[in-house]
Write a new protein. Structure first.
Length: 137
């Protein structure tokens, strides 16, 4: 089985009634303009099977907030992995200051606290990642 598609992409998805191609343009231009200075982080963890649905609810609360209150210059997405209990978050921001704004979001704080209290099988592991290339123009 392959990775499930993106669960949520906040500020980059077009609003209802806007053309879908706008997403590629917004994200593609963001990366091209910031590929030497941007900060990219991947966080991956595995939750207890009984916490999967609550984790999704908590992630959705973060994404709902970010869609209503986008952080300019930041792309944030979450994937659910093939095993069903593992999640991978990707955060790409134009700089450290922009990336740190996510920590000011109350829904994100609640998400992190809930995850920690859930006693994950594999705790969140954060890695800096670097863009090598992309297919979007």
């Amino acid at each position: 089985m392959r990775e499930k598609p993106l669960l949520f992409i906040p500020a980059c998805l077009p609003k209802a009634g806007k053309p879908a191609g706008r997403y590629k343009t917004v994200f593609g231009n963001f990366i091209k303009q910031n590929d030497t200075t941007m900060k990219s982080i991947k966080v991956q963890y595995t939750v207890q099977p009984g916490y999967v649905e609550q984790n999704k609810v908590n992630i959705k609360a973060v994404m709902d907030y970010l869609q209503a209150n986008p952080i300019e210059g930041m792309f944030y997405a979450c994937y659910q992995l093939e095993d069903g209990s593992s999640f991978m978050h990707i955060n790409i921001a134009k700089d450290d200051e922009t990336m740190s704004k996510l920590n000011e979001v109350e829904a994100f704080t609640k998400f992190r606290m809930g995850l920690k209290a859930s006693n994950p099988i594999s705790p969140p592991k954060s890695e800096n990642i670097s863009l090598v290339g992309m297919s979007w123009k």
